[in-house]
Ligand binder design. Sequence first.
Ligand code: PBG
Length: 340
Amino acid sequence: MKRLKPVERSREADAPEVPIPVKRPRRLRRTPGMRELVAENAVNVKDLIEPLFVVPGSGVRREIASMPGIYQQSVDRIAEDAKAAAQAGIRALLLFGIPAHKDERASGLADPAGEVQRAIAALKRAAPELLVIADLCACEYTSHGHCGLLDERGNVDNDRTLALLGAGALSYAEAGADLVAPSDMMDGRVAAIRHALDAHGHLEVGILSYAVKYASAFYGPFRDAAESAPAFGDRRSHQMDPPNAREAIKEALLDVDEGADMVMVKPALPYLDVLWRVKQAVNVPVAVYNVSGEYAMIKAAARQGWIDEDRVVDELLVGCKRAGADAIVTYFARSFAARH
Ligand code: PBG
């Protein structure tokens, strides 16, 4: 490497000789055109999945306090909203239901006249080109708010819950869902769901499995939105422990083996390393869920004028892509679509 002349003694007495840089990575960052030319990743609206929350009633559109800009809507309003989403360029929706009636057995989950089932059909009528993904978990349907049926001691009974999930998946498939997305973290549920779907001829309905779902404090605002906070205890007996990453690979491989068409990692930001590892380990598309608490944090800071929301959102979404996400579930989907 060439050497600069020593700095004049009079100006800097003990300056060492400084090499002239020959390699200059800054050249490729000089102008927007140059940066775009060499960009390694980009977020496309087609990669995004927008979550929607359906509630009983008609004409209902209620903003969720901890998630500004996100609404609980009745079937009629959600169908209108889906048209707007499709017009904005959104291609896929993830649907959550808040039923009128909750009980210990989660009997609303597989009710053909349930909110989610009716909403799936309404969305398909309103915007047939939209992919409809139905979140599948008992927690919105149980009076105790747990993700499955409880045994006598109040613990989630894994194996009895599997039949319930199979029945729920079947009712979503019958309503017209393109994919079902089990988010409960019961062992063996992907196989149970695949079996229930296939046994009834729903060979084309896919499974997007929340294979790697952590027991996270970032789900707080969602539990307001879905009215699904557990009445007692927590979800640590089935959701993953944050210190673990090797276990994520095990969960993802198991789900692929059981028939998952896609797997998901959730939440996003604290787990991008896990997303990367899962992506290297499986040969199916990998989604990531940018969850409610991540949304709420950004909204709150932006409202204070402390961060630039649009720039932060673009940065976080491209970070998900860089970490290997094929698809991103995000409450920012609509606003991103409006800007791109
Ligand atoms: C369970 C489910 C949850 C979320 C998606 N599906 C909540 C939980 O496990 O407690 C969280 C999504 C979010 O925080 O945005 N049905």
